[in-house]
Design a protein around this ligand. Structure first.
Ligand SMILES: [Zn+2]
Length: 413
């Protein structure tokens, strides 16, 4: 039986840190309840002057590029903290319920929209201060902590500055840059940097865990550029492969201004369609659930007030859904841009005759033709245009404007 860290691909250093911390955390609990240990081991540790908590702290930030496994690492660490053996064995109820998302003392915050609001954060911080029902740790995992609003960040900071004794905060963010995590929060946390896992390690986990054929796994791992979830989708989902094919056909289609603008429209519309499909099911389910909860109207005392409340709830839901749809669109567009960047990166390395494997083996011939035509300089300009487009969209430039500018540069060079 693999333990809880088994799916953390290519992150040996981070896993070593987390195992050490989990053991230290278990020692803290043993020191607090020496009777539970029986042998008095914890007492000996205490007497020898060794701090049983060394290696453990109450606030952590997991950083790394998207797909490197930030949330996988946070959840595995949470499981190891709740593990009956303090190791993350993968078998005990503490490990099992944490990994399946049903542990009563582990709360996972996944922002669906563009940001996590202050109301949500305050409620969370309040609940996180309660005594852990399982007797170990009260854990809050915040995925995409870079999407906290400033007010929400401040609410979180207060909790991190004066932590309840058994509460642990696990934050995930792309980096510790002040744009992602405030300097004050950063200063209170221990950072666990994750790296982009090598393609071979990603391919290995696809074969071992998902039963994907080795040649497909290798292709998908390279094409996904170290993004484990993306590699799995490419290997399994024919629609994801089709979308990628359409994106990689773009360079071939850029034959003039009109074609470049058409390509921009096609890219934006494909991202919109993909996003719509990805949120449609959740949207419908939420609307149905809310309607059921509100009942089919009603009369008599209190009904008018209830109706006002219902309108407000519906409006809140619509706002949340709209925000989520925008985020899904941006994510879909960003995936397309990453694929496109991979193509121009291939052309650049070929123009330089650099001895590295191409990202997209299936468009290697086209990248080689591009390398001949553009030279290294032209390939670099095009790669930079894609990266600038990503940065512009992240900085809230309207996607269509950013993508059109990029396409024109990709055409002209
Ligand atoms: Zn366990």
């Amino acid at each position: 039986m693999p333990d809880v860290f088994a799916d953390l691909v290519g992150q040996d250093e981070a896993v070593a840190t987390l195992r050490h911390a989990a053991a230290a955390a278990a020692a803290v609990l043993r020191a607090a309840h020496p009777i539970a240990v029986g042998s008095g081991q914890a007492g000996v540790e205490g007497q020898s002057g060794v701090d049983p908590g060394a290696g453990m702290t109450h606030a952590w930030i997991f950083t790394g590029p998207p797909g490197s496994g930030r949330s996988v690492a946070a959840r595995a660490f949470a499981a190891a903290l709740q593990c009956a053996y303090g190791t993350g064995c993968g078998e005990c109820p503490g490990c099992h319920t944490t990994m399946t998302g049903t542990h009563a003392d582990v709360r996972l915050v996944v922002p669906e929209g563009l940001s996590i609001g202050v109301g949500e954060m305050r409620a969370l911080v309040l609940r996180a201060a309660s005594t852990p029902s399982g007797g170990r740790w009260q854990i809050v995992i915040i995925e995409d902590a870079d999407r906290l609003t400033e007010a929400a960040g401040n609410a979180l900071l207060k909790a991190i500055e004066e932590p309840p004794p058994r509460t642990v905060f696990l934050l995930c963010a792309p980096s510790t840059h002040p744009d992602d995590v405030s300097v004050t929060i950063r200063s209170r946390c221990r950072v666990v940097p994750l790296r982009q896992p090598p393609a071979a390690a990603v391919a290995e986990v696809l074969v071992r865990r998902d039963g994907i054929a080795p040649d497909v796994a290798q292709w998908a791992a390279a094409a996904a550029q170290g993004h484990v979830g993306r590699a799995r989708r490419l290997a399994r989902d024919p629609e994801a492969r089709q979308r990628r094919d359409a994106v990689l056909a773009v360079p071939r289609r850029l034959t003039g201004v009109g074609a470049a603008l058409d390509a921009a429209s096609a890219l934006i519309e494909a991202a919109e369609a993909e996003a719509e499909a990805s949120v449609a099911e959740a949207d419908a389910a939420e609307r149905a659930a809310l309607q059921t909860a509100l009942g089919a109207g009603g009369t008599g005392r209190g009904a008018a007030g209830a109706m006002r409340g219902a309108a407000g709830q519906l409006k809140d839901l619509e706002k949340r859904q709209k925000s989520r749809a925008t985020r899904a669109q941006r994510d879909a567009l960003d995936r397309a841009l990453v694929d496109l960047a991979g193509f121009y990166r291939d052309a650049l390395t070929m123009a330089l005759r650099a001895p590295v494997a191409p990202v997209h083996t299936d468009t290697a011939a086209m990248a080689e033709a591009g390398a001949q035509k553009w030279d290294a300089e032209g390939a670099l300009r095009r790669l930079e245009a894609v990266l600038e487009c990503r940065a512009a969209i992240e900085a809230n430039v309207k996607p269509r404007i950013a993508v059109e500018a990029m396409m024109l540069t990709l055409w002209k060079g």
